[in-house]
Design a binder for this molecule. Structure first.
Ligand SMILES: [Zn+2]
Length: 434
């Protein structure tokens, strides 16, 4: 196996659209460390986000270095080139030490029949009954199924291998972490598909440490999981079982773990995730991004005056461009446009009203998931404001930072890793360990 930079067991993706919240984000990991849990911070920003906002990947490295220095963080941290491809990776090479290789575009492009046959011949162990511990019944996979999955994923996986080798030539294989993401595709991958995919990735000699499959259900931006949490729980447990098995069967890093994209705000699945991780002794990587941009808006609104005025202005502009802003995100938002408050209504809201509608607190009757999702996809409005928005972030830094840290710590890290009830979650959670 190629060497690799090891990634800690529990890691947390910190996305920050405008690059000013690194310290406030890291403070959430400091709070966790004070309670005895090492959570590795990974700052992530995708190529798409850099393009939308007009930033360079070096700015994310600068933000991470600055935060780490300011808080005296002496433990590992990483900078993730999120969702890169061969065409876009080059400007990320120097500042990043974590690469999320996105192969979703190549999924479904049919691999040549000879390669599919060669894969199925090489991996005869995948056909028949596969005894994966932790799954009730042995996994039953037919040879035809192995060939079908190989046909659908092989080209994408070879693509991942090419991108990996390109990065390794530049950085040296031992100096970075490799993730492969398949989340932005049309269908979820089942646990048996995941096993076949992992075998194929091992064939590429790719020291994979995190894999982001597409899970069942909707991972809408900035709001709770939409789907049946029990079904998710079953699938997630089976994925963990498959990973534990694959790590023993194939030359893959023992640190290999699942990566959950759009992982912020998925309150109703955090407890099932926590229990599954405990059961398997498994690690996890969970990526967040837009949830921090929403906390900036909450902080601005809470500050009142010019801060509230900017927050209202962004909403009014977003509402006027609702179709344009929502179109690229159709698969990851669910907004009933008829229920969105008018700009006129919002322009009369007090700080408290704006905050109540936006903050992800499902116990507050004024919380408005449509309002929240529209603002989630409207960060380009703030990007267009340029210096004016940046100046407001600076002016109201204290109130914004408090919101950013609290959101990550109380609504994410505590429920996910400490099993602490989330006070912002609507349905009372059942604690099976009680
Ligand atoms: Zn993703």
């Amino acid at each position: 196996m190629n060497p690799y930079l090891p990634l800690g067991k529990l890691s947390f993706g910190l996305g920050d659209r405008f690059g000013r919240q690194g310290e406030a984000q890291l403070r959430a990991c400091v709070l966790a460390a004070e309670l005895g849990l090492d959570i590795v911070p990974v700052w992530n920003k995708s190529n798409r986000e850099h393009l939308f906002i007009g930033t360079e990947p070096t700015s994310l490295r600068a933000e991470a270095d600055h935060a780490v220095q300011a808080l005296g963080w002496r433990k590992p941290f990483h900078v993730d080139a999120d969702h890169i491809r061969l065409e876009t990776v080059d400007r990320f090479l120097a500042p990043s030490d974590f690469f999320t290789i996105d192969v979703a575009d190549a999924i479904g492009k049919a691999a040549p029949a000879a390669e599919v046959k060669a894969f199925a011949d090489r991996h005869s162990e995948l056909a028949g009954q596969v005894p994966v511990p932790g799954i009730d019944r042995p996994v039953e996979i037919s040879r035809a199924e192995v060939e079908r999955v190989a046909g659908k994923f092989l080209l994408a996986i070879q693509d991942a291998g090419r991108i990996y080798r390109h990065i390794a030539r530049s950085k040296g294989a031992g100096n970075f972490i490799t993730e492969v993401s398949m989340d932005e595709t049309d269908r979820p991958q089942t646990p048996p598909e995941l096993l076949i995919i992992l075998a194929a990735l091992a064939d590429e000699d790719l020291p994979l440490q995190t894999i982001a499959p597409k899970f069942t259900g909707r991972f809408n931006k900035g709001v709770d999981y939409a789907g049946d949490p029990r079904f998710f729980e079953k699938e997630f447990n089976e994925d963990l079982a498959v990973i534990a098995y694959a790590v023993r069967q194939y030359p893959l890093p023992t640190s290999l773990k699942l990566s959950i994209h759009s992982g912020s705000d998925k309150f109703s699945i955090y407890e099932p995730i926590r229990q599954a991780l405990e059961k398997f002794g498994a690690g996890i990587h969970l990526k967040t991004a837009g949830t921090t941009w929403l906390e900036e808006l909450i902080g601005l609104a809470e500050a009142g005056g010019d801060g509230l005025a900017i927050a209202r202005e962004i909403y009014a502009y977003a509402l006027g461009h609702v179709d344009e802003f929502c179109a690229p995100y159709a698969a990851v938002i669910d907004i009933d446009q008829r229920k969105l408050p008018s700009a006129r209504t919002v322009n009369e809201w007090t700080s408290a009203q704006f905050v109540a509608a936006l903050r992800h607190d499902e116990t507050n009757p004024a919380y408005d998931p449509g309002f929240r999702q529209l603002l989630h996809v409207s960060f380009k409005v703030a990007a267009k404001m340029g210096d004016r928005y940046q100046a407001a972030l600076k002016k109201h830094e204290a109130v914004i930072a408090k919101n950013v840290t609290e959101n990550l710590f109380e609504r994410h890290l505590e429920p996910l890793f400490f099993g602490k009830a989330n006070k912002s979650q609507a349905s009372g959670r059942v604690n099976h360990h009680a």
